[in-house]
Design a protein around this ligand. Sequence first.
Ligand SMILES: Cc1ncc(COP(=O)(O)O)c(C=O)c1O
Ligand SMILES: N[C@@H](CCCC[NH3+])C(=O)O
Length: 433
Amino acid sequence: MFVSNHINVNEKNHLSIGGCDSLDLAKKFGTPLYVLDEAVIRENCRRYVDSVNKFYNGNGMILYASKALCAGGVLKIADEEGLGLDVVSGGELYTAHKAGFPMEKVYFHGNNKSEDELRMALDFGVGRFVVDNEQELSALSRLAKEKGKTASVLFRIKPGVDAHTHDFIRTGQIDSKFGVALETGEALAIVKKAVCAENIAFCGIHCHIGSQIFDLAPFCEAASVMMGFIKEIKTECGADVRELNLGGGFGISYTEADDPLPYGTFMEAVSRVIHEEAEKHGVALPFILMEPGRSIIGPAGVTLYTVGNVKEIPGVRTYVSVDGGMADNPRYILYQAEYDFLNAGAAGSDKTEVVTVAGKCCESGDLLGEHVAIQPVRPGDILAVMATGAYNYSMASHYNRLPNPAVVLADGGSARVIVRRETYEDLVKNDVL
Ligand SMILES: Cc1ncc(COP(=O)(O)O)c(C=O)c1O
Ligand SMILES: N[C@@H](CCCC[NH3+])C(=O)O
């Protein structure tokens, strides 16, 4: 299993993150506050890198899916740990550029890259374009020619595998906006076109079946389908597929009810499929890429809030309102995502109350959790939401003009800001009066 934020409680019975007392962090940096445990991020990166060494003899690379949390300070850690990077927009690409991320290790994804984004990526010299469709392939070929460059490409394939996860985050099935389908012949057609396209170097294929997946079977099935397609490409186009990117999607534990696969089992099973299928089809083992986001950064994050009003509605429920909500964590309103809640100042005590944690936005659905267990909480207490490292900061909005919280990195008992808290001035700076 991935290293998670085992709930560390210090001698004061306070939640401790990266050796820092969470109440001290809240006091020093204010709330809402995203706190990341640096050691957990590094440990998760290392587990992935080690298993590429173990199961693929080092013939592969792990890309950090920056959509999970894209900030220069986190990208630097990914780079230091030897990972490459998955970016999906000009903004993520620009962040990587500004953080000094090695561009040859950047994979540029996206189902609707604009020509400006493609030009920027060509200028920066990104390692690979993960091309989504024929229109993009033609545009990329033309733009690369204009710049006298060659674009190295992978194609995003819909392997036709149905992953059991929330509908909004399932991507492997034919009815998906991402990629080209295998069963219609669309995937083979685009590879054929790429092999003779100008200023294009065909390198490989990519798939990503969805996110927060707990079953092993769809990952194995996708790996098998992709290896079969590698054989088909060899037969039909005479082209060798040197790279196979299997995407991300490995599920993590948000609450006790989540039961992720043992990590080693997952890596070993997928690698077994790859090796067996390579032998069966008589094709060379491709360079393997995986692009986890949530399973690297998710468990490393905790969000701290200050409790404001507590509203008890007799016979109905108790609303505990905090100073953030859907603007810093839209995952409950989007996916009814569940989390583990703590009173950070009584973290080791029993959870004797059941409450609904509400945000401060003008929206009834602005909740962080309904009917959740927690220690008794009073106004002024610090409430912690666990495992919020992924898809919280990166999906934050300014609804009701709430400034985005700061992000701090905690390690060895000290903490530093890697994203400053927004100010009201930041919120109005682009207004034109
Ligand atoms: C193409 C692609 N790669 C990687 C990821 C990362 O997925 P996860 O954070 O679930 O590991 C995603 C998100 O679902 C994705 O769309
Ligand atoms: N944003 C989603 C996952 C989407 C992953 C990116 N394709 C989540 O919070 O779970």
